[in-house]
Write a protein that binds this ligand. Structure first.
Ligand SMILES: Nc1ncnc2c1ncn2[C@@H]1O[C@H](COP(=O)(O)OP(=O)(O)OP(=O)(O)O)[C@@H](O)[C@H]1O
Length: 470
């Protein structure tokens, strides 16, 4: 068999649009078949394998949505994308929920069409860099033998292939970011960047610049052109962590970027297309935030196309042995600690308000107390009678990430569960505030903080605070 060009099926009854699509695809070196009706499309699908199907939503003898459902069910390896009417967010979201790989809005912008096609072809190219998708990978990074965890891994494997935005919900420390990384790692985008943004950790004044980038001279201190998160994640995945913390003004801008699939750098005259898969995560109840007016309904709708719930650790005790084992192995390497009898049982009786991250902290601390590399029940120092969080807004047991410092310091008199993390979070918060005050001027920010420019630069690198090069 010779090397064949990828074959694409275009389904549209409007001759003009069909020709435009065909022409563009042929120019990209693809073989194109076209159909004007659902029936013609079905006949062609039965005859050839396709690397991509691109269908209009309204066809003379039915809906593009029917084709989406059929292709998703019968031709699992064929990504299908829909062409939606202008401004029809409903259609796009419905199609994605039905299993469409992606969508493109009319009037079709050719640069976006090319991005869509390239990303669809990657799905088909056996996803270079991506790990196998259909095994339940207990040896992968997401540990745990419980049924819910297996279901989560299976769901992740299924969702990894599409462009549908995913909203991950779960308590603090339960593994939301890890799940997002896993979706990316198993997707055709695996070889491209994964960028995680903590929406609660960026000062509002810097937000637009951080997300969309800026042009040199756009404001005082903008000494060079700089990319934002969207450009940095190009071709890959952007995780909006703690998405409920986005200020309303930024929510509007983000919605626009998602709808248009274009971003405009601050100070730029034109927009640029972006090819980014969006995942959002929060420990808050986002629907309730919408009811309370703190989160825009339209953005919620766009981000929550597919929901993924990461259950709290206390609801999947079956995961404890595998998690404990993996954590001890990571901490101890070749000198992995052993568990005395009763330790796993003691852990199983604990409620883990801080979830897997708290388990990590408990084991790390226990290891420091353990004699001869054996962890006893007493070394765990579990807080007895801890009933765990009642609401989803409960603070984690310990401030653990940079953003946690400002919002969830330990109660007065209590000790942070992880001192270095806690101090880093405070330090990060202060540096970010100094930078906001000086509009990115690092020399001035360093002066404000009484440290040298070099020290500031070093700390920013260490704490992963992004800033323009001067
Ligand atoms: N199933 C799992 N297997 C192995 N490690 C896990 C698992 N779930 C979580 N972890 C580990 O627990 C820690 C917390 O996970 P992660 O950061 O993904 O949680 P999160 O829900 O995003 O937390 P937050 O809400 O605070 O951002 C990480 O070190 C992560 O590697």
């Amino acid at each position: 068999m010779g090397v064949r060009s990828p074959r694409v099926l275009v389904v549209d009854d409007e001759a003009d649009l069909r020709e435009l699509l065909e022409l563009t695809l042929v120019k990209m070196g693809l073989d194109v078949d076209s159909a004007a009706t659902v029936a013609e499309a079905r006949a062609l699908l039965a005859r050839h394998p396709y690397q991509l199907v691109l269908t209009d939503m309204r066809l003379p003898d039915g809906l593009g949505l029917e084709l989406v459902r059929e292709v998703a069910a019968t031709y699992k390896n064929t990504p299908i994308a829909v062409v939606t009417a202008f401004g029809s967010a409903d259609n796009a979201v419905v199609a994605l929920k039905a299993g469409a790989f992606d969508y493109i809005a009319k009037p079709v912008a050719l640069d976006q069409l090319r991005l869509l096609v390239r990303s669809a072809l990657r799905v088909h190219d056996a996803a270079p860099g991506a790990r196998a998708v259909d095994v339940d990978d207990v040896d992968g990074p997401l540990k745990g033998g419980s049924a819910v965890m297996a279901a989560l891994r299976a769901q992740i494997a299924r969702l990894a292939r599409s462009m549908a935005p995913i909203a991950i919900h779960g308590e603090s420390g339960s593994g939301k970011e890890l799940a997002a990384r896993e979706i990316h790692a198993r997707s055709p985008r695996a070889g491209q960047p994964f960028i995680a943004v903590n929406c609660g950790a960026i000062p509002e004044a810097l937000m637009e610049a951080e997300f969309f980038g800026y042009r040199k001279g756009a404001f005082t201190g903008a000494a060079d052109d700089r990319d934002g998160f969207f450009q940095a994640a190009s071709g890959g995945t952007l995780l909006l962590d703690e998405v409920a913390d986005l200020p309303l003004a930024m929510q509007v801008k983000l919605l626009r970027a998602i709808q248009e699939r274009r971003v405009r750098k601050i100070g730029a005259t034109s927009e640029e297309p972006v090819d980014v898969r969006l995942i959002s995560a929060t420990h808050k109840n986002l629907a309730r935030c919408v009811e309370q007016g703190a989160f825009r309904q339209d953005l919620f709708y766009r981000l929550n196309v597919i929901e993924l719930a990461v259950p709290p650790l206390r609801e999947r005790q079956g995961d404890l042995p595998a998690l404990t084992d993996a954590i001890l192995e990571r901490l101890g390497g070749p000198h992995k600690a052993a568990l005395a009898p009763g330790v796993l049982e003691a852990l199983a009786g604990y409620r883990f308000p801080g979830n897997v991250r708290e388990l990590e902290n408990i084991l790390e601390r226990a290891l420091a107390f353990a004699n001869d590399g054996v962890i006893e029940v007493a070394d765990l120092a579990l807080k007895s009678g801890l009933s765990g969080p009642a609401s989803d807004d409960a603070a984690p047991a310990a401030p653990s990430s940079a953003a946690a410092a400002s919002s969830s310091s330990p109660a007065p008199g209590a000790l942070p569960a992880n001192l270095p993390d806690y101090l880093s979070a405070i330090e990060r918060d202060i540096i970010v505030r100094a930078l906001a005050q000086t509009q990115f001027n690092r020399t001035q920010a360093a002066q404000l903080l009484g440290i040298s420019f070099r020290q500031l630069r070093y700390q920013m690198q260490k704490l992963n605070i992004q800033e323009p090069e001067t």
